[in-house]
Write a protein that binds this ligand. Structure first.
Ligand code: C2O
Ligand code: CU
Length: 483
């Protein structure tokens, strides 16, 4: 109980924006971690898995006695149900917009046709329904979904719209897999509240909205009752701007088993995992009967200078989740020595290098233009994309439709994690092997952008077309909505 109280106190002490208003602090009372329900699905006549999601306003009590107006998917006031589907299935994801303004729903991390991507070119007007369908064909991974309307993504996500999208495959891997029992989603977000309980949308800093209260799924100061000797935690950083360094409170290591794009080739013992917005990590934690452990975020170095890391919350320390093992635990299977069987991308196979220079909120000096085609990439190409950050702020780059492996000195090809979002610290260059998917469309682009959502909204986004041999790419994107 003392750990729990200390945990809650630590949550309460997260440093917020220095110029912010007085904020409501979270309660000292830990609450059970809310687990997002699995999204119900049906089979249509063609055997496709159909998931219906409604985006709508709601109200949720994050802090005792305070009703917070929110937006959520699937009947949840905040967040969204976990979509789950299997590799090889045709999925139909139907989203109805009951919000007062146009939104979109992007399937972050999915390899999919551009028309199904849910980026800024697939708007869903109020009252409208949009349908994305494709054959899911990528390895098991923890993906997610969130709005992507150009210029308004931060606000839509901040109001609560985001959910997990789990892809399963047929590769037998003996990891904990009982959803909500020993395979537990942790969606990390942060918010500040105004005195009347609303989310504070006013106090931005150089990287966006930074809250003083951390929500895990939708819970402030959560704990989880554990019944097995191991738990797999699927951690998503769904914050607009805050980065986390996830560790265990007793400084014992974690076992990293997966990243954005799927499982690692083999489990990797790590001291902690840094997650910038949009990134995911799957970690396995070992537990001893009755001994509580706390998952915590601690101060870390995003490489920023002049105190700018503070803007991304990188210097704050606070508790994320208390794990409360039962006095008797069901033994979990030993960790498998091998996880993913997927061959790494070969650097020698990279057809070319594309270079992107990042400044304050521009890529290659350009602001996002919904009509401009910035890059044209051959379908299923493997290329090197090189991101050079010339600014004092950290950025992180997300490429739609792509699975990436960062080229790091000292990391053998066979050990590179699969990514779709990569941190690019100030004054650094990150080179990644990028493989785009097998879907060509000469008219509808995918996005490449900073996942600090304020930067994205401010124009730190470019568009690329993926074309098949012989296809003539559009020179301008027509019918672009920029409302
Ligand atoms: Cu998670 Cu283009 O977004
Ligand atoms: Cu940025």
């Amino acid at each position: 109980a003392s750990l729990a109280a200390a945990g809650a106190a630590a949550v309460a002490s997260v440093a917020g924006c220095a110029s912010g208003p007085p904020t409501v602090r979270p309660p000292a009372t830990p609450r059970p971690l809310a687990i997002p329900p699995l999204a119900p699905s049906t089979r249509d006549a063609a055997g496709r898995r159909v998931v219906e999601l409604v985006a709508a306003p709601g109200t949720h009590e994050f802090l005792p006695g305070l009703a917070t107006p929110t937006w959520g998917y699937g009947g949840l006031p905040f967040g969204g149900p976990t979509v789950r589907a299997r590799r090889g299935e045709e999925v139909v994801l139907r989203v109805t917009n009951r919000l007062p303004e146009t939104t979109t729903t992007h399937w972050h991390g999915a390899t999919l046709p551009a028309r199904a991507d849910g980026g800024p070119h697939q708007p869903i007007p109020p009252g409208g329904t949009w349908e994305a369908s494709w054959r899911l064909d990528q390895p098991a991974a923890t993906l997610w979904y969130h709005p992507h309307p150009h210029g308004r993504t931060e606000r839509h996500v901040h109001r609560g719209l985001c959910g997990l999208f789990l892809v399963d495959d047929d590769v037998p891997v003996d990891l904990p897999a009982r959803y909500g029992v020993d395979d537990v989603p942790l969606v990390l977000t942060d918010r500040s509240f105004t005195p009347d309980g609303a989310f504070d949308e006013q106090h931005r800093n150089a990287v966006g909205l930074l809250g003083d209260t951390v929500l895990v799924n939708s819970t402030v100061a959560p704990y989880l009752d554990v019944t097995t000797t191991r738990v797999r935690l699927r951690v998503l950083n769904a914050s607009p701007a805050r980065s986390y360094r996830v560790v265990l409170d007793d400084e014992t290591p974690l076992t990293l088993v997966g990243t954005d794009g799927g499982l690692l080739p083999a489990p990797r013992v790590v001291d902690g995992v840094v997650l910038t917005p949009g990134e995911r990590a799957e970690v396995v934690v070992d537990l001893v009967p009755g001994r509580r452990r706390v998952l915590r975020s601690v101060s870390h170095d995003l490489g920023a200078v002049n105190g700018v890391t503070r803007a991304a919350g990188a210097h704050d320390s606070f508790d994320l989740l208390e794990l409360r093992p039962a006095p008797r635990l069901e033994p979990s299977p030993p960790l498998p020595a091998r996880l993913s069987r997927e061959a790494p991308l070969a650097e020698a196979a990279a057809a070319r290098t594309r270079r992107f220079t990042l400044s304050h909120d521009r890529i290659n000096g350009l602001a996002m233009d919904m009509t401009r085609v910035d890059e044209v990439v051959p379908v299923a190409a493997t290329e090197i994309w090189e991101f050079t950050n010339r600014h004092t702020l950290p950025h992180n780059m997300h490429v739609h439709d792509a699975r990436m492996q960062v080229l790091e000195r000292g990391v053998p090809a066979a050990e590179r994690p699969w990514k779709d979002t990569v941190a690019v610290p100030p004054a650094r260059t990150v080179r990644a092997l990028v493989r785009v998917g097998p879907h060509a469309d000469p008219e509808v682009p995918y996005m490449l952008h900073c996942h600090l959502l304020r930067h994205e909204d401010d124009g730190m986004m470019l568009q690329f077309l993926v074309v098949a041999p012989g296809q003539r790419p559009a020179t301008t994107i027509t019918g672009a909505h920029d409302d």
